[in-house]
Ligand binder design. Structure first.
Ligand code: DQQ
Length: 483
């Protein structure tokens, strides 16, 4: 339906057509960033034939679409090649672990390798001949055992460790640890790494270090903690709640020897405290980028329109802008998420509006060339109100957000990315983020505009600084195989 094509984004990743959900196996390999994703090649809705879509990029912004990497074609994944993660071995080889949904819909873990390791685009994948490598252990439901993480090396017993989320029979979300020497044989580590009552199935868990001197790569951080106590390193644990479809995280301490992870603040434990994003954002995953020595987060941003509309337009879902993730050393109690710096290479016309004061009850239009793709910041109050975003009646419209700490001496600041049908906002340098899908019926292409308004009954509001960057489309910049 050509009418709806304006909803396609200019600089957020999406497949050329059909359904996408979770980001899978992000990894940097021979100069290319790889993004795999849950993909239905047949339709714009989720189904039982989910495959791994694949794209690669030099800069996390301009993407090249590649052939489907893995399809459901074996007894152990015939009902879906589900989510998983990449591990890079010290010699540079990649090991991919993913969940297969078997011919009996049992969730098992499977192994795959690049068929040709000399191919930087990693086009072809070979599934391990003795798959599956892990079955649900005794006491764990056949349909509650999925989404293996990236593995890290633990020198104390020379094993690789990884974790898998689940829930127990009393609806507590929980995390199991496995260890392996060769990625073919696995041993369940005694006890649970963590567990939170009442939080249900933990999908797509993630565990990674932040804050310490060597605290970005998991293997490095584990090595550092065994040599110096590692007290400066915190570990983020994140789960995607199948109950309410939000991504929850907490800061804590990981102890490999005891196989425990303990939250700093038990009142804000995983699943009950902080979220990565207070809008539409789910099944996210981080990876360590060795090229720029940073941790990068991807999240699946689904549609909030109707399934009927998705079928009509022939596609569904976006990925968030890839975000760097660091510890907020000022508060010590949350992460900072920020669009990767490469996004700024898409900025074209920049308008610095300086200081703007808006009287109560008034609207201030900004004059811009193009308002459908923007990146900008202002320092004043901010509100994500989806109720005003569309006249359509088949979509979810809410007011979404949360409190964000503003410390003494700080001003409130917000950065907002606008890309046709998505608005992604970062308050206070990324202490809190909100993502919305928007489906305007009139404000599309040249009819879109940006306005400052002040709905207060009495007070004036002053934005002490306001900058707007019009954004290029990353897809305009064709990618050559030789790049
Ligand atoms: N999506 C995958 C699962 C995962 C879920 C299936 C989260 O592996 O638990 O498409 O969105």
């Amino acid at each position: 339906n050509a009418m709806l094509q304006w909803q396609r984004t200019g600089f957020h990743f999406q497949p050329e057509k059909n359904w996408m959900n979770d980001p899978n196996g992000p990894v940097y390999y021979k100069g290319w960033y790889h993004l795999f994703y849950q993909y239905n090649p047949d339709s714009a809705i989720w189904g039982n034939k989910i495959a791994w879509g694949h794209a690669a990029s030099r800069d996390l912004v301009r993407w090249r679409h590649l052939p489907v990497a893995m399809s459901p074609d074996q007894w152990y994944d015939i009902n879906g090649v589900w989510s998983g993660s990449a591990t890079v071995l010290p010699d540079g080889r990649i090991v991919m672990l993913y969940t297969g949904s078997t011919n009996a819909s049992v969730q098992v873990q499977c192994l795959a390798f690049p068929t040709d390791p000399s191919d930087p685009l990693l086009i072809n994948w070979t599934k391990y001949e003795n798959n599956p490598v892990m079955y649900p252990p005794p006491g764990v439901g056949e349909k509650d055992f999925r989404d293996p993480t990236t593995a890290w090396f633990d020198g104390s017993d020379d094993t690789w460790r990884l974790i898998i989320g689940s829930k127990d029979d009393r609806h507590a979300g929980m995390v199991m640890t496995y260890k392996t020497k060769d990625f073919m044989e696995y041993e369940l580590v005694h006890g649970l790494l963590h567990q939170v009552p009442g939080t249900g199935m933990w999908e797509c868990i993630d565990l990674y270090p932040v804050g310490g001197v060597r605290g970005i790569d998991m293997t490095d951080a584990v090595a550092a903690s065994s040599t110096n106590g590692g007290d400066d390193v915190l570990h983020v644990m994140k789960e995607s709640s199948d109950d309410d479809r939000h991504d929850y995280y907490a800061l804590g301490r990981y102890d490999g020897a005891k196989n425990t992870w303990t939250p700093l603040d038990s009142d804000a434990d995983v699943g009950v405290g902080l979220r990565y994003d207070w809008g539409k954002f789910y099944a996210s995953k981080t990876f360590y980028d060795p090229a720029k020595k940073r941790r990068v987060l991807w999240g699946w941003v689904g549609e909030t329109d109707s399934e009927r509309a998705d079928v009509a337009k022939g596609w569904a879902s976006l990925q968030s802008i890839p975000r760097t993730v660091v510890l907020d050393t000022k508060t010590g109690s949350n992460l900072l998420q920020w669009p990767v710096q490469e996004v700024e290479t898409l900025r074209t016309n920049s308008t610095d509006l300086g200081r703007v004061t808006i009287d109560h009850g008034s609207v201030f239009p900004l004059s811009l060339h193009r308002a459908t793709q923007l990146d900008g910041g202002l320092r004043t109050h901010f509100c994500h109100d989806e109720t005003r975003s569309s006249r359509a009646n088949d979509i979810v419209k809410r007011v979404v957000g949360n409190t964000v700490p503003v410390l003494n001496g700080e001003d409130l600041s917000v950065r907002v990315l606008v890309d046709h049908s998505i608005v992604e906002s970062f308050a206070m340098e990324g202490r809190s983020t909100v993502t919305s899908r928007v489906y305007p019926t009139e404000a599309i292409y040249a009819n879109a505009g940006v306005y400052l308004f002040n709905n207060a009954t009495g007070a004036q509001v002053t934005a002490t600084s306001l900058v707007v960057h019009e954004m290029d489309s990353s897809y305009n910049q064709a990618y050559m195989a030789s790049m």
